[in-house]
Write a new protein. Structure first.
Length: 232
């Protein structure tokens, strides 16, 4: 499959505004490319910048230098230089992101939290809710809980809601930040299967997975983030 995502010379420095504007270089010279149907796992100790790389791809963090190229069917977009509205459009149609923590509007039912990305892209609400329900069932969230807001759920249940919301649309690029961190072995296996299915559909996946079993099960390639550590 063709290259879908490409990072070239990307770098990130944080400015510590509460410490007199001190600049803290974190990452520099990030280089890797990803084809459709491939999963790259970012490795390295905590604090080396793995989540920062995902946020640079998603457009939450701006690069100081370099490019983050998303190759779509008829064009290439540099996320590092794209306008905010273009980044928002890409989040609706092109790049999905499962973060470590669920962020949902209070009092919104869990099934609507999961279905919302489909509804936002024009899927009829009834169809979106039906598809969301099937995925919630697969992740062992019982139907009696679907009408409740996720804030009332346990940590593991909230993470499964998070996974369902991110996996429901067919994004060409999917970013996963420890999607199995708070899950037991049975639910980790379900997420591994979901990742395999997305790869079969041609999705390009960048993941962070500290669990060795999960990493070995999903990775087609591993990128050592310590190689990109910036020197102040």
């Amino acid at each position: 499959m063709p290259t879908v995502l490409e990072l070239s010379g990307a770098a990130k420095t944080f400015t510590m505004h509460l410490q007199g504007g001190v600049r803290l270089p974190v990452l520099s010279g990030i280089e890797f490319a990803l084809r459709g149907g491939q999963c790259v796992v970012l490795s390295g100790p905590s604090g080396t910048g793995k989540s920062s790389i995902l946020k640079m791809i998603f457009g939450s963090y701006r690069c100081d230098r370099g490019r983050v190229l998303v190759h779509q069917s008829n064009e290439t977009v540099d996320v590092a230089a794209a306008e905010p509205r273009r980044i928002l459009a890409m989040r609706r149609h092109t790049i999905g992101y499962v973060s470590q923590f669920l962020r949902a509007v209070p009092r919104v039912p869990a099934i609507d939290v999961v279905a919302e990305p489909l509804v936002a892209n024009g899927t009829p609400r009834a169809e979106a809710r039906e598809r969301a329900g099937k995925l919630l069932s697969r992740l062992n969230i019982p139907a009696r809980l679907w009408a409740l807001p996720p804030a009332t759920f346990s940590g593991g249940e909230q993470q499964r809601i998070n996974v369902a919301r991110g996996f429901l649309p067919d994004y060409p690029i999917l970013l996963l930040d420890e999607p199995t961190a708070s899950l037991d072995a049975g639910h980790r296996a379900v997420v591994i299967d979901l990742i395999a299915e997305k790869k079969c559909l041609g999705a390009a996946i960048v993941a962070i997975a500290h669990d060795e079993h999960v990493r070995e099960a999903i990775a087609d390639a591993i990128v050592d983030v310590t190689c990109f550590a910036a020197v102040a």
